[in-house]
Design a protein around this ligand. Structure first.
Ligand SMILES: [Zn+2]
Length: 74
């Protein structure tokens, strides 16, 4: 009984998509068009960060930074 509950819990966590900006599991979807694509975000806070980056013309720098982090595994 308890074991089944735990299995369900972990399965649920794995199935949740990650926020494009912060990587947290998305509980309430926020969609924002960023760098020409629809991005899935976890909250309006992350959406406003991306909007600020786009307005400042830092989209390319942000994406490059994101790629660097993914490659270095941080
Ligand atoms: Zn987020």
């Amino acid at each position: 009984m308890l074991k089944q509950l735990f299995q369900g819990f972990f399965r649920g966590r794995r199935l949740r998509p990650a926020c494009f900006h912060c990587g947290e599991p998305v509980l309430q979807e926020v969609i924002l068009n960023f760098a020409g694509e629809s991005r899935l975000l976890c909250c309006h806070g992350c959406a406003s960060v991306l909007q600020a980056i786009a307005e400042a013309g830092q989209t390319a720098a942000y994406l490059a930074e994101k790629r660097n982090r993914a490659e270095s595994g941080i």
